[in-house]
Design a protein around this ligand. Structure first.
Ligand code: BGC
Length: 919
C-alpha cells in the first residue's frame, strides 16, 4: 500500500527534495490558499456534456509564494444542498494525497442523463486544509439514444435542391398547465438552426449545431429555457438554414454534401414543482412555412425580404392556417453527441472607420480590420427598397473594391425593406470574411453608424498576449490573433472568405501550437480530432480536409495532424485523455505510412502538397525553395512515429513504445542514407529541408552543427529572407534558436521586404496572408485563384514569439505547464518583450526589458507549478533577485551553464536583474 502511494507520488517527493527546499522557505504560509476557477471538461459550468467520467480542474488562489498542493478532496452531489454532507454524495474523493489539480477524473456513481451535478473542492497546502471552494456544476446531456423521444421532421414544401431555397420555418404551439421549475431544450438539425420560444431567440449561439462529420457525428445543444416558458399557451419556432449540410461547400457549384433535406430534431423537457415532467418534441404536430430568408448560404450570403417576415410566428395565437404539414425524416445519420468544443458566438463588435467613394463609383465602408462574421445594418426607407451589400478583404491598387480572390463565393447580402421605421438587419445562417463593404441602394444618408461589424468565432477563452518594443511585430501578433479568430469557427479552416473555408488538416497542424498560446484551444481541437478519427478510412488514411467534403487523399504534413495535434494538446494542457481517445486514429495513420513505405522505410508514393506555397521564383540569383516531397514524406513519417513512441510511453504501452522506437531508428537511417551526404548537405538545399531534418532529430549528432550552418548560410545568401512554405515555417525560428542561432531568427523576424513576416504588415495587413506576397510591392495581387488575406498558417511564428522572445515554454515531461521553462532570448534590437499565458494552473508571465540600468526579467509562476529559469548572458555573481544578490539567498541553487544562469523557482513573482548584459 505504502509502496503504491510512494510510486504514485514519486515525482512529487522528488520535487520536494530537489527543488522545493530552497524555494519553500519563501513561502509565507498558505493560510488563504483556496481552489478557484473551477472547470469541468475545460468549461465553466457546462450544460449538456456526455463524458462518462468528466474531468475537473481548478486553480489555486493565494497570497503566499512557493505554494504546492499536497492533497485535495472533491465532493460531487446531485443537488446543491447535497454538498453540505446532509445526503450521500455522488462522489466524495476523500482526502487524496496528490498535487493533481487539473483533469481530476470523476470516479463516483454512474452519471445520469439530464442530471445537474454540483461540486466543490478543497486543497491541502502546508499541512492544512483550505476552505471549500465556491460550488460549481455541470449538467449531463442525453446519454442514451433511448433518451431521445423526438422524431426528425422536415418541411413538406417542394424544393429545388440544386440551388438555395427559402429557409424553412417550423412551429408548434403547446399548453402548460403550470409554471415550470425547470425546462431544457435539447436540439439539433440537419443544416443550421435558430430556435425561438414565445418570441425570444433561444441561447446566444450562432451557426448551431456547428460542423462535424455529420454522417458520423452530429452535435446537439442543450439550453436552459425555464425563463422563456409560462403557464398557459406557449409556442416554439425553429428556422433552418442550408449551412454546411446542404449549402454550397467544397468549391464552385458543389452542394448537398451531406443530404438534400433540412431537418429538425428537438425536445423540450419541462419539469414542474411536483417533479412531474412533460416533453414537447419534434413530431408531426408541427407545421412548416417559409418567411423572409429567401436564400442563405455559407459562401454566398443571404437574401432577405423583410416584407415577408412572419410577425409573431414563434408566439402562441399566431395564425398558421396556411402553413404546410411536416413529414417525418429518416432517423439515419450520425450518432448524436453533446457539443464538445466551445460554441460559436458573437464575440465583439467593430465600428467602420471610414466611408469611401471608389474610383469606379462604389460606396465603400472600411471596417479598419479584416474580420469574420457579419454586419448589422440600421436602415429606414420605403417598403420594397433593396440594399445590396458586398464584402471584400481588400481594395485594389487603384482603390477599387476587389472580389476576384473570393472566387465563386458571392459573400453578398440583399435586404429588402419592409418600410415604416428603423429596421435592423443581421443575417442568420452565413458569415463573411471582409474588411470592406460595398453598399448599394442604401436609402437616406449612409453614416458610420449605419453598420456594425459583428465578429463571430468559437468562443474560446483568450489565454495569451505578447507585446514587445517593435510596433510592427506587435501588429504581426495582432494579425496572428485575428487570423485565429477568423478561422476557428467550430472547425479550424484555411480561410473564411472564398469558396473554400474548409478544415484543411495541414493548416491546423502547423498552427496548433501558436493557437494554444493565444486561446484555450483544447476543447476546440478535442471536438475536431473526433471528426478526424471519424473521417479516417479503414486503412488509416486521413483526408486532407476534415470534415471530409472533398473525398481527399492523405498528404504528408497534412494527415500528420492526426498525430501532431493530440500530442500538442497533451503537452499544452496536460490532457492525457486526448491521447487515449485518439490513440487508434494516431496509430492507424502511422500504420498507413508504414504500409506505404514498406521495407525501404522511405515513403515515396502518394500525392503531396509538400512545402506548400514556399518561395518560388524565376530569378537567377536565388533559385527558389522547392523541397523534395518524398523527403518531406519520410521526415513526417519519422516524426509522427517518434510522437507515437512518446504517446505510448505516456499511456504505459511499453511494448508498443519500443516498437515505434525501433521503427523510428530504421526510418531515420533510411532518411540519412537517401537524403543526406556525408558532410551534412541535404538533397534539397532549402531552409525547409534543414529545418525539418533538425527539428525532427533526423540528423546524426555530428552533422547537426553543419546543417544549422548551412541553414544560416541559405538565409544569409538570400539577404535574411524566409523561403519556407507551410511545413517549414512553424519550425524555422525554433530550429535556429535551438541551435544557437537566435540572432539569425531575429534577422528573419525584423525583415520588412518580401518574403518575410513583416512585409504584409508594412503593406497594411491586419490578418495573416495565405502567401508571402498576396499584395506585391507594386500593389498588384498574387493570382486570384489562390490569394486569401486571412489564412493563419504563416502565423505559426507566434509560438516562437511566446516561446523564445518572451521565453515561456512547456515541458513535455511535466505537461500542461506543471513545469514551466522560462528562457527568454533577447535580441534583434528589442528593448523589451513580455508574454502572459493563462495556463490550466493559472497565469504565467515572462517580461524583460533592457534599460541603462541593465537587464530585468519579471517572472510570474502560478501556484502548484514550478519553473526552471534560464538567464542569458550573465554569471551567477551578477544576478539579483528582488534587488538581492542571488548568491546571498540561500534558498536558491543557481548554476552556471556556459554564459547562462539556470535556477529552479516556485510560484510567485520574481524579478531578476543584472548588469551589464551583453546583447
Ligand atoms: C488551402 C490551403 C490548403 C491547401 C492544400 C488550399 O486551397 O487554402 O490552405 O492547405 O489548399 O493544398
Amino acid at each position: 500500500m505504502f509502496t503504491r502511494f510512494l510510486k504514485n507520488n514519486l515525482r512529487f517527493f522528488l520535487l520536494i527534495q530537489l527543488v522545493l527546499p530552497a524555494a519553500m522557505a519563501q513561502s509565507s504560509g498558505a493560510g488563504d490558499a483556496r481552489a478557484v476557477n473551477l472547470l469541468c471538461e475545460y468549461k465553466v459550468n457546462p450544460m449538456g456534456i456526455d463524458a462518462s467520467h468528466p474531468r475537473l480542474s481548478w486553480q489555486i488562489e493565494t497570497s503566499a509564494e512557493g505554494v504546492m498542493q499536497e492533497a485535495y478532496q472533491v465532493i460531487v452531489a446531485s443537488d446543491r444542498e447535497g454538498l453540505d454532507g446532509s445526503r450521500a454524495p455522488a462522489w466524495d474523493s476523500g482526502k487524496v494525497i496528490s498535487d493533481q489539480s487539473i483533469h481530476v477524473r470523476y470516479q463516483g456513481q454512474k452519471l445520469e442523463s439530464r442530471q445537474r451535478y454540483h461540486w466543490k473542492v478543497r486543497i491541502w497546502v502546508d499541512g492544512s486544509a483550505s476552505e471549500w471552494s465556491e460550488p460549481a456544476w455541470w449538467e449531463m446531456g442525453l446519454l442514451d439514444p433511448a433518451d431521445w423521444k423526438a422524431s426528425w421532421i422536415e418541411s413538406t414544401r417542394e424544393e429545388d435542391i440544386t440551388r438555395s431555397e427559402p429557409s424553412p420555418m417550423l412551429r408548434r404551439e403547446f399548453e402548460l398547465d403550470r409554471d415550470p421549475v425547470r425546462a431544457r431544450l435539447y436540439i439539433t438539425s440537419r443544416g443550421l438552426y435558430e430556435a425561438e420560444i414565445n418570441g425570444s431567440v433561444v441561447g446566444d449561439e450562432v451557426l448551431a449545431p456547428g460542423w462535424t462529420s455529420y454522417n458520423h457525428r452530429l452535435q446537439y445543444q442543450v439550453y436552459d429555457v425555464t425563463g422563456l416558458l409560462r403557464n398557459g399557451a406557449n409556442a416554439i419556432g425553429v428556422r433552418l438554414g442550408d449551412g454546411w449540410y446542404r449549402g454550397f461547400i467544397a468549391f464552385r457549384g458543389n452542394r448537398n454534401a451531406y443530404g438534400d433535406h433540412l431537418g429538425l430534431l428537438c425536445q423540450l423537457e419541462v419539469t414542474y414543482g411536483n417533479g412531474s415532467t412533460e416533453i414537447i418534441k419534434s413530431d408531426t404536430e408541427w407545421k412548416a412555412s417559409t418567411g423572409a430568408i429567401l436564400a442563405s448560404d455559407i459562401y454566398n450570403g443571404e437574401t432577405y425580404d423583410a416584407r415577408l417576415e412572419k410577425e409573431g410566428w414563434s408566439t402562441p395565437g399566431y395564425d398558421d392556417g396556411d402553413w404546410l404539414p411536416v413529414r417525418l425524416g429518416a432517423d439515419s445519420g450520425g450518432k448524436l453527441i453533446a457539443s464538445e468544443g466551445p460554441p460559436i458566438r458573437r464575440i465583439e463588435e467593430i465600428r467602420p472607420i471610414e466611408i469611401l467613394e471608389t474610383p469606379e463609383g462604389d460606396t465603400v465602408l472600411d471596417m479598419g480590420q479584416n474580420m469574420v462574421g457579419r454586419i448589422r445594418m440600421k436602415v429606414s426607407g420605403e417598403t420594397g427598397t433593396k440594399v445590396v451589400i458586398k464584402h471584400a478583404e481588400v481594395l485594389d491598387k487603384d482603390g477599387n473594391f476587389y472580389t476576384e480572390n473570393l472566387r465563386a463565393a458571392d459573400q453578398k447580402l440583399e435586404y429588402t425593406l419592409k418600410g415604416g421605421g428603423e429596421e435592423v438587419y443581421e443575417p442568420v445562417f452565413t458569415f463573411q470574411g471582409f474588411r470592406y463593404l460595398a453598399v448599394d441602394g442604401y436609402p437616406g444618408e449612409l453614416t458610420l453608424d449605419s453598420f456594425t461589424g459583428v465578429v463571430i468565432h468559437s468562443d474560446m477563452e483568450p489565454t495569451g498576449s505578447f507585446e514587445c518594443s517593435h510596433p510592427l511585430v506587435n501588429q504581426l501578433q495582432q494579425n496572428i490573433i485575428w487570423g485565429q479568430k477568423g478561422n476557428f469557427l467550430d472547425v479550424p479552416t484555411d480561410c473564411p472568405q472564398r469558396d473554400e473555408r474548409l478544415g484543411w488538416t495541414g493548416d491546423a497542424q502547423v498552427f496548433a501550437e501558436t493557437a494554444s498560446f493565444n486561446f484555450n484551444a483544447a476543447s476546440f481541437f478535442t471536438k475536431w480530432l473526433g471528426d478526424v478519427a471519424a473521417d479516417q478510412t479503414d486503412d488509416g488514411q486521413v483526408p486532407h480536409v476534415v470534415p471530409n467534403v472533398l473525398r481527399g487523399f492523405s498528404a504528408t504534413g497534412w494527415a500528420d495532424a492526426a498525430v501532431i495535434i493530440p500530442w500538442t494538446m497533451y503537452v499544452r494542457y496536460g490532457d492525457r485523455r486526448i491521447l487515449e481517445q485518439q490513440y487508434e486514429s494516431m496509430a492507424a495513420w502511422v500504420g498507413y505510412m508504414k504500409e506505404q513505405a514498406g521495407d525501404s522505410y522511405l515513403w515515396t508514393n502518394g500525392t503531396h502538397y509538400g512545402d506548400w506555397l514556399a518561395y518560388a521564383t524565376d530569378r537567377s540569383d536565388y533559385p527558389g525553395a522547392t523541397t523534395d516531397k518524398d523527403m518531406l514524406a519520410t521526415a513526417f513519417y519519422a516524426y509522427s512515429t517518434s510522437l507515437m513512441e512518446k504517446t505510448c510511453r505516456v499511456l504505459g504501452k511499453v511494448n508498443e513504445a519500443e516498437q515505434y522506437a525501433s521503427l523510428w531508428k530504421r526510418i531515420q537511417q533510411a532518411f540519412v542514407n537517401e537524403y543526406v551526404t556525408e558532410n551534412g548537405r541535404m538533397a534539397s538545399n532549402t531552409q525547409t529541408a534543414y529545418t525539418i531534418a533538425l527539428e525532427f532529430g533526423l540528423l546524426p549528432r555530428g552533422l547537426r552543427a553543419q546543417a544549422a550552418d548551412r541553414l544560416v548560410a541559405d538565409i544569409r545568401s538570400f539577404n535574411n529572407h524566409i523561403t519556407t512554405g507551410f511545413l517549414g515555417t512553424p519550425y524555422l525560428c525554433h530550429v535556429l534558436s535551438d541551435n544557437g542561432k537566435t540572432g539569425t531568427a531575429y534577422d528573419l523576424l525584423n525583415q520588412e521586404t518580401y518574403p518575410s513576416w513583416l512585409y504584409p504588415v508594412k503593406m497594411g495587413a491586419t490578418t495573416i496572408w495565405e502567401r508571402w506576397d498576396g499584395i506585391k510591392p507594386d500593389g498588384t495581387f498574387q493570382n486570384a485563384g489562390m490569394n486569401s488575406f486571412n489564412h493563419y498558417a504563416y502565423g505559426a511564428i507566434g509560438s516562437w514569439l511566446y516561446g523564445v522572445v518572451a521565453g515561456i515554454r512547456p515541458d513535455p515531461d511535466e505537461p500542461g505547464f506543471k513545469h514551466i521553462l522560462i528562457s527568454p532570448e533577447p535580441g534583434g534590437g528589442l528593448t523589451h518583450a513580455r508574454a502572459e499565458l493563462d495556463s490550466m494552473y493559472g497565469r504565467i508571465e515572462s517580461g524583460w526589458e533592457i534599460t541603462e540600468d541593465g537587464f530585468k526579467l519579471q517572472v510570474v509562476i502560478p501556484p502548484n507549478t514550478h519553473a526552471t529559469v534560464r538567464l542569458p548572458r550573465t554569471r551567477v555573481s551578477e544576478v539579483r533577485l528582488h534587488g538581492q544578490p542571488l548568491e546571498d539567498l540561500e534558498n536558491y541553487r543557481p548554476r552556471q551553464e556556459g554564459d547562462t544562469v539556470v535556477l529552479g523557482i516556485l510560484s510567485g513573482e520574481h524579478e531578476f536583474s543584472y548588469n551589464p548584459p551583453v546583447f
